[in-house]
Write a protein that binds this ligand. Sequence first.
Ligand code: SAH
Length: 476
Amino acid sequence: MDYFPLFHDMRDRHCLLVGGGAVAARKLRLLLKTPVNVVLFSPELHRETQELLEAHPERIDLQARHFDVLKDSADLDQKVFVIAATDDAAFNQSLAVLCQKKNIAINVVDQPELCTIITSAIVDRSPLVVAISTAGKAPVLGRRIRQQLEERLPANLGRFADILGDFRQKISRTIHDEKQRLRFWQWLLDGPAHEAALKNQLDDSRQIIERALEQTDNNLPAEGEVYLVGAGPGDPELLTLKALRLMQQADVVLYDRLVSPAIMELLRRDADRIYVGKRRSDHAVPQDDINQQLVTLAKEGKRVLRLKGGDPFIFGRGGEELETLAESGVSFQVVPGITAASGCASYAGIPLTHRDYAQSVRFITGHLQNNQENIRWAELAAADQTLVFYMSLVGLPTICKALVDAGRDKYTAAALVEKGTCPEQRVLISDLSRLSDEAKQHQFRAPTLLIIGGVVALHKQLHWYEGEGRIISTES
Ligand code: SAH
């Protein structure tokens, strides 16, 4: 290890930055994340530097000229370090020599041979900061690792670190036995205090820690929780970062048919998996039982993931499941997912709204109870709106006919998307008069999403995703 990583206390310190280009501006932006004061030498100002100067006039001492190694050397005194971000190699060289003479740390951008300190790629969850260095050998690799960490470390982690900092001494005073203290810290990191902080419930997080510290027997409470998480329409890359994090920490997972196998692959390996899927007219597990099961598992202290296709609050019965949890006093959180309408429309090249074709979009259930009485067809006949029917394969002939009967033009474009966003995606493009027959002819199977309106025609120019099932178009 040629370079020893250190974190420098920047409070009440000064540093010197030389350079007026984009690189210097980036360094300045980074420096200003700390409380350091910057003396900046630059005859001209980059736009971003100008903005930073306006935002922090009291922290930047601008010397609007070139740094002169002979005349300005006194400016190096009392500086914690110097950064040279100029493309003048000769100048950089003489500045580096001067710094070495004065024993002041210097970083010269892109000239590692002149540096006595090097900068790192940073993941900032202050006060938690991760610095990554490849000793100047492969900055691109450093940035890649930073990106991976950025995805994995929750945004609120810093707040939790702050809370832990506040309790650190108290924990040491209260729990004397070292092994027991370590167990307590592990419980803090794995348990409900951490999760509450990530949910931004900072007071709750503190209270959980206070209560646990009060327990003399140190029997740490295992508080279960339910995560109601939207898994999106199928493509695993459409998961949110939060969904992925909760998927990787849940002890037990209740999932249904719409969650794609590729997404199930991303669950914690040793998590228990419980299938609670439903098929049309074949309710594998009644909804009440699912609600109850969530409560029971959470009360056993488990972190329970209820994984749903699409978004849990769009035709997902997420609300009902949460009501039971709320009534039973089980804590929960909800993570939205990309709903089938957004996913299928994007992957089929159909914008759901468009200035020329559709001023609004409706998400409608095509699961027709008592035949069709639950839908107000007259409202859906206006031409300037996009209609998206979920659960509509069985009711397809009825839906198309009812819309035409209510006054919608029978040549209105209509698309049926099967297994949208998955590799097997198929898209059938047709119109209201023919779609239902053609869907039968091409043997479309659930899950399918029905999109109706002028926007469908745009797929010709805008489609970009080629599912294995391709696009079947019978447009006239
Ligand atoms: N909560 C889900 C919807 C559940 S209702 C969401 O927000 O997407 C189930 C219906 O969603 C299916 O009948 C189908 O109409 C639609 N659907 C879900 N995933 C789909 C996919 N990958 N392709 C096409 N339709 C899908």
